[in-house]
Design a protein around this ligand. Structure first.
Ligand code: ZN
Length: 245
């Protein structure tokens, strides 16, 4: 079983609060949990920032194989202790799926080695066209055609301050003629990281079939059964294997 922990900041801005609660009555974490709970190989837990230990205690993270992470304006309030712990777990082999505005989060910065992971944005009810750049990749399994579209979401635009992705899965073309690297993979230590653009809180993006498929596939891709602590002991003085030569 893949133990998936879905974490969301869940502190919408005052003007977005009513709309978000209407679209996501059980929160973004609840909407994602609903479709992942249907997967027979996944065990789902959810948490929000107002939970004890901000929903990211050492104990919780130790029991997490893949963390799904959604944050927005309150990213600065996540404790350094929680960030350290997530960072350590990723290096040990925990998968991390960074969604939408979590591009600005402390943990993404720490893992990417960048300053702010800034990008340009506008909220203009625009269609997002996700071009599939890796048709054979596990994250695009089940998607057909050259692209899929999210009818309305926040628009993100380059330049996006990230290290060059190790695998480029999607690039989005916007209605305004720009592009954005919207589905990106990296490894850090033993862990796999996937950034996915979709999911501003005032659009029902996480109910869309293709978006659910990508997140579900990404969980399976990011899952590594054997974490570093379970590897054979290799960090020691190297004895020659063949002493006769
Ligand atoms: Zn947004």
């Amino acid at each position: 079983m893949i133990r998936v922990h879905i974490w969301a900041e869940d502190q919408p801005l005052p003007f977005a609060k009513e709309q978000m609660r209407k679209i996501y009555p059980t929160g973004i974490e609840g909407a994602i949990a609903d479709f992942l709970n249907k997967q027979p190989d996944m065990m789902i837990t959810t948490a929000v920032m107002s939970d004890a230990k901000q929903g990211l205690s050492k104990r919780t993270l130790k029991q997490t194989d893949v963390l799904i992470f959604w944050s927005h304006k309150h990213w600065r309030e996540l404790s350094d202790e929680a960030v350290d712990c997530v960072w350590q777990r990723v290096l040990e082999g925990m998968g991390l799926i960074v969604l939408h505005s979590a591009h600005a989060s402390k943990i993404f910065a720490r893992l990417m080695g960048t300053r702010t992971q800034s990008l340009r944005w506008r909220e203009a009810d625009e269609r997002q066209r996700y071009w599939i750049l890796a048709p054979g990749h596990p994250i695009t399994y089940g998607l057909t055609g050259e692209y899929f579209e999210v009818p309305m979401d926040e628009t993100y635009v380059e330049y996006f301050e990230i290290p060059q992705p190790q695998e480029q899965i999607f690039i989005t073309s916007t209605q305004g003629g720009e592009i954005f690297r919207s589905g990106n993979c990296w490894t850090r230590g033993a862990g796999r990281i996937f950034y996915f653009q979709a999911g501003h809180e005032t659009y029902p993006v996480y109910y869309q079939r293709e978006v659910q498929l990508v997140i579900t596939n990404a969980v399976r891709w990011a899952f590594i059964e054997k974490k570093v602590a379970e590897w054979p002991d290799w960090a020691r003085e190297a004895e020659p294997i063949d002493a006769t030569k």
